[in-house]
Design a protein around this ligand. Sequence first.
Ligand code: THU
Length: 129
Amino acid sequence: MNYEKLFLKAKEARQLAYAPYSNFFVGAALLTSTGEVFTGCNIENASYGLTICAERVAVAKAVSIGQRKIKAIALYGSDEEIISPCGACRQVILEFGKDIDIIMGNDQGIQMIKKAGELLPGAFTLEIG
Ligand code: THU
C-alpha cells in the first residue's frame, strides 16, 4: 500500500463521517508496518465535547485489535483545505511513535508529509516499558 492509495482510503472513509453539527467531514486511514489499513471518520455528538476525530477512531481500531506498529496516517477533510491533526490527535498518535508519517492533502492529492514528532515537539511523555 503506497501513500497515494492510503490517502485515497482516507478520502473514501470521509464518506462515513458523522458530522451533523459542524458539517466538516473528515476521513483517516492508518497504515501499519505489516501493511494493514484501518480507517476512521469523525463522530460528533450532541454533547459537542464528546466528538471524536477521524484519526483517533483509526488509532483506536488498530490498537484495540493488537496493531500498535503504526507507519503512517493519512487524513482528508476538504477538497481545497489541507487539514492537519488537532492537538489531541497529535498527542494520541505520538504515543505510538514519533516517526509516524502524517499524510495531508486535498483533492489535488498529497500536499505534505510530516513526522508525528515534528507536529508535536516537546510533547508530554512518560517512561514506559
Ligand atoms: N476533526 C477531525 O476529525 N480531525 C481533525 O484532525 C480535525 C478536526 C473533526 C472534529 C469535528 O467533528 C470536525 O472535524 C470539526 O472540528
